[in-house]
Design a protein around this ligand. Sequence first.
Ligand code: CUA
Length: 156
Amino acid sequence: MHIHRLEKIWLIFGIAMLITFLTVVGVGAFAQGMQPPGTHRHTVDPETVDKTAPFDKPGLKKVGDNEYEAYMLAFAFGYSPGKMEIPVGATVTFHITSKDVVHGFQIPGTNVNMMVMPGEVNQLTYKFTKPGEYLVLCNEYCGTAHEMMQTRIIVK
Ligand code: CUA
């Protein structure tokens, strides 16, 4: 089989680039131990997380003047707690992890959007200035009932 000289050059160039990029990613991941970003990385065991404080009692905890911590669990296919009431004007720091696979945590109409990973506790702070019913959606495909996975936050 005859391969044109220019085709050969491009083929070698393409393979060389592929090897270069895979080497860069491989060295970064395995030799330099790169991890997901975060200054205070917090890990949990997804197998026992629902029996481990504070995730054994998910929900809202008051920590200051209209300041709250919300501990939440995601699972196929829902969130715990199932519904949450938050006073208007409250600043809420969400701490969320997954019991099984990767899920999402998105509140449409706000900038709240997190990936929820088993073994990792992700955090995000949001101030609820407008009263109303906020929908929480899973935006990572997680199984057959993924599109049913949601919860509600009532702000009043
Ligand atoms: Cu959970 Cu999609």
